[in-house]
Design a protein around this ligand. Structure first.
Ligand SMILES: [Zn+2]
Length: 174
């Protein structure tokens, strides 16, 4: 049988069949128990569960690529790498951002490494980072523009001096 990715995720996270059924709104006997059997997972032990943290779940769903990025092996919402934790859908990029920066992303965390859907921690920018990068690129543009103008002014000065020297030697043309 084909096991639903979100069910598999919570099974691997150690939740009980009834907890998974509740969280995902699926039937315990029809959907969760057969998935557990298909994945050959033992029944969850009764009693309070040590909930895996979002970070723990994240690390179990990433795969490094040869060129220094990471792919998502978990499920996707649309094309966005996603996972369920604490009854919510989270984007993998937001978890990666939190791992790398030690704080939640402000607004959406998106890959800033140029690779679509990369989930490598450290390869993301949030809204504040993007605004900061825009401001920084404005400063650099202004600096480059200023340098060009200063260069042109220097060039004009030099031409004037050469002209003056030329005039001294050969006299001013009539
Ligand atoms: Zn990347």
């Amino acid at each position: 049988m084909k096991v639903r990715a979100d069910i598999a995720e919570l099974l691997y996270a150690g939740l009980s069949d009834s907890a998974i059924a509740r969280q995902l709104g699926v039937d315990r006997a029809a959907a969760v128990a057969p998935a557990r059997a298909a994945l050959r997972l033992p029944k969850a032990k009764p009693g309070p569960k040590a909930y895996a943290s979002a970070e723990d779940l994240f690390w179990r769903r990433v795969k490094p690529t040869d060129d220094g990025h990471m792919e998502w092996t978990g499920f996707h919402v649309g094309r966005t790498p996603a996972m369920r934790h604490g009854g919510r859908n989270l984007t993998a990029c937001s978890i990666a951002y939190r791992i790398a920066n030690g704080r939640p992303a402000k607004g959406q965390a998106r890959p800033s490494c140029g690779r679509d859907h990369c989930v490598m921690p450290g390869h993301h920018a949030d809204q504040a980072d993007r605004a900061h990068a825009r401001a920084r690129s404005k400063v650099i543009q202004a600096w480059a523009g200023g340098l060009r103008r200063a260069g042109r002014a220097l060039e004009r000065e030099r031409e004037k001096r050469v002209d003056a020297l030329y005039a001294q030697i050969f006299g001013t043309p009539e």
